[in-house]
Design a protein around this ligand. Structure first.
Ligand code: MN
Ligand code: MN
Length: 305
């Protein structure tokens, strides 16, 4: 719809699927070590060289191997809402979808998400008031369906769709910049752009607009918090310095901290960049089958919507 060609190339569909599966894999991998420090991770995984690299579940949420958390299930709720709205990203539909998601008692939920969904229930206002404090990573972690649904649309429309979904819970300039960057970078990768191109055309302008996100000259970002700045620094360091999908995800989650979310965000970018063939088969085998099917199906439907 909206004037896009009816047939999306198979290569684009495959990369879209890889981005969505990458999000879920990064979430499931990272959740095991969420809120741990890098030192604790090295100690805990001493039997395998001090590195966490398998989908074994556990963590503070006591997950089953391959089980995902709010990062993936909020994305799936958003994607389903976009699909039932003919590919449009509308604030009220997003707010209703997230509200229904919260009612279904998710395994975990961020504080800013919970507070602003309770506000939505009370006021019926889909957009949260602008807040300097709501610079958490909760809007960015679930933004992937917007990248897929708006693929091929003008950049201004893509950015507006990002804000429509984000502002339900996070109405903040840093969060907006990260959400819009992630969506546009995923779309670049879907088109086949290289990491070098994305560095030049997306990452460099992002750092000019938001110097707080600078990540190259600073020390390795370990123990990243849920603040979008620390989250993005860890993700971008792992993406730019990493080599391949598995390497990038293992790097970012072993930094600990908000590891399911850095894993999810790195997973969507690295999935779109490295493609379907790069996803480790041993991880896909363990990933919750219902989630795996839902991500793959939604990816293809969203990008064709
Ligand atoms: Mn989570
Ligand atoms: Mn998290």
């Amino acid at each position: 719809m909206n004037g896009r060609p009816a047939a999306v190339p198979d290569a684009v569909l495959a990369r879209a699927e890889a981005a969505y599966l990458g999000l879920a894999l990064g979430d499931a991998l990272g959740a095991t070590v969420e809120f741990m420090t890098p030192r604790e991770i090295v100690h805990r995984f001493a039997h395998q060289g001090g590195v966490h690299r398998e989908l074994i579940g556990g963590g503070w949420l006591r997950l089953r191997p391959g089980q995902v958390t709010d990062d993936t299930t909020m994305a799936l709720a958003l994607g389903a809402s976009i699909l039932s709205n003919q590919g449009r990203v509308e604030p009220l539909a997003c707010a209703q979808a997230f509200d229904a998601w919260m009612r279904a008692k998710p395994v975990d939920i961020g504080n800013t998400v919970r507070r602003n969904l309770i506000r939505f229930r009370a006021t019926g206002e889909s957009a949260a008031p602008a807040s300097e404090h709501d610079a958490g990573n909760g809007a960015a972690m679930r933004v992937l369906p917007v990248a897929l649904a708006t693929f091929g649309r003008p950049e201004a429309a893509v950015r507006a769709a990002c804000r429509a979904q984000a502002h339900v819970t996070h109405h903040n300039a840093l969060s907006d910049a990260a959400c819009e960057f992630l969506v546009l970078a995923v779309q670049d990768f879907l088109r086949g752009d290289s990491l070098r191109q994305v560095l030049r055309q997306r990452i460099a302008p992002l750092l000019l607009e938001q110097p707080a996100l600078a990540f190259r000259q600073r020390a390795r970002r370990e123990n990243p918090s849920g603040w979008i700045v620390e989250t993005m620094q860890a993700v971008l360091q792992a993406l730019v310095d990493g080599d391949g999908f598995e390497n990038c995800l293992v790097d970012v989650v072993n930094r600990g901290g908000d590891a399911d979310t850095t894993g999810a965000i790195a997973g969507m970018l690295a999935g779109a960049l490295y493609g379907r063939e790069a996803l480790p088969a041993r991880w896909l085998k363990v990933l919750d089958p219902a989630i795996r099917e839902a991500c793959a199906a939604q990816a293809r439907r969203l990008v064709a919507s």
